[in-house]
Design a protein around this ligand. Structure first.
Ligand SMILES: [Fe+2]
Ligand SMILES: [Fe+2]
Length: 239
């Protein structure tokens, strides 16, 4: 017999808000931070990051388009999934050192937060693309991105398991690239300043006066992901 009583875990989660933007900024700050990104030099990317950007350009063109950003977001989530997975296993093996296990578990939680944030980026892009009339090819826009994401997951997992610094560096390069690409994308679309964002994820990711501000916020999230990874590159394993 069906009742309206929620299952226990569902009830415990309740109305807790899902993770949205990393740090919500005012419209003024969003503009300032976009300018800061545009004025800042890019990181000197590692060979593996350069190879990934090249493959993306070859497959999806050098032009900044929403379908290309969708692929970028699909791939962007996977290092956080890989880190969560490796660190979760490590919690088990370090449980006899509670202090260390606790720090590793905090890393698991941060990876989940970052992963969820990238997930919102992806969902927002998916929805915006859905409103576009042209169809995206199945192989180039559905199948190949999954293959790219799978390969990137394996690479991130192995790097992180051997030496987390390698994986943090690759991710910092990737996030730096994303931050700059979003800042340029907004600059290339002055018409977005007057276009309201009316997607279905405003409860989760926030209300934005314009599409331009929405993408400025996404770009700022990418900056924070980059800074987190850069900071972790400086520290020892799992800390
Ligand atoms: Fe993202
Ligand atoms: Fe990102």
């Amino acid at each position: 017999m069906e009742t309206d009583t929620p299952l226990p875990v569902t009830a415990a989660v309740g109305e807790r808000p899902p993770f949205g933007a990393m740090e919500r900024l005012s419209p003024e700050r969003l503009r300032e931070e976009q300018q800061r990104t545009l004025a800042s030099p890019r990181r000197r990317a590692s060979l593996s990051a350069k190879a990934l950007f090249k493959v993306m350009d070859l497959l999806y063109g050098e032009e900044r388009t929403l379908p290309k950003f969708r692929v970028l977001e699909l791939v962007a989530r996977v290092p956080y999934q890989a880190w969560e997975n490796v660190a979760y296993v490590a919690v088990t093996h370090t449980s006899r050192q509670p202090g260390f296990a606790r720090r590793v578990f905090d890393k698991v939680r941060i990876s989940r937060f970052e992963q969820d944030n990238e997930q919102w980026h992806l969902l927002i892009l998916e929805e915006l693309l859905h409103e576009h009339p042209e169809r995206l090819g199945f192989v180039r826009h559905r199948l190949v991105p999954q293959v790219l994401a799978f390969g990137y997951y394996q690479l991130s997992w192995v790097m992180y398991a051997i030496n987390p610094r390698w994986s943090y560096r690759l991710n910092a390069d990737f996030e730096d690239h994303a931050e700059h690409e979003y800042a340029l994308l907004v600059q290339e679309h002055p018409e977005w300043e007057d276009q309201p964002y009316e997607g279905s994820f405003t409860d989760d990711y926030g209300d934005y006066a314009s599409l331009a501000d929405l993408f400025r916020q996404v770009g700022y999230d990418e900056r924070l992901h980059k800074l987190e990874s850069e900071g972790r590159m400086e520290h020892s394993r799992f800390e």
